[in-house]
Design a protein. Structure first.
Length: 93
């Protein structure tokens, strides 16, 4: 991996981290005077879902280990969905 590719990858993931933090409401606790607990949990849930979707995409573009990527990817998406449902008080179990 060349230096330029590493820099682009780092910028790409920094952008995703910033976007997910903003999406989960990183400024809400600062404005309302609350704690960051729910925001950190929200960012974690979004990262688990993002990792799952990246693996599903990788399965679609890869010839090797396609079944493993699909299985783990959909598993992470299901875990993320379960976390969201538990976080909002709507358990499916």
């Amino acid at each position: 991996m060349s230096t330029a590719t590493k820099v682009i990858t780092s910028v790409k993931y920094a952008y995703l981290i910033g976007f997910l933090a903003l999406l989960s409401g990183i400024f809400y606790p600062f404005i309302q005077g609350g704690t960051l607990d729910y925001t950190v949990l929200g960012v974690t849930i979004l990262f688990v879902g993002l990792a799952g979707t990246i693996l599903v995409y990788k399965a679609a573009t890869s010839e090797k280990r396609r079944g493993i990527y699909i299985g783990i990817g959909f598993g992470l998406i299901a875990i993320s969905l379960t976390y969201v449902l538990q976080f909002t008080g709507r358990s499916i179990f």
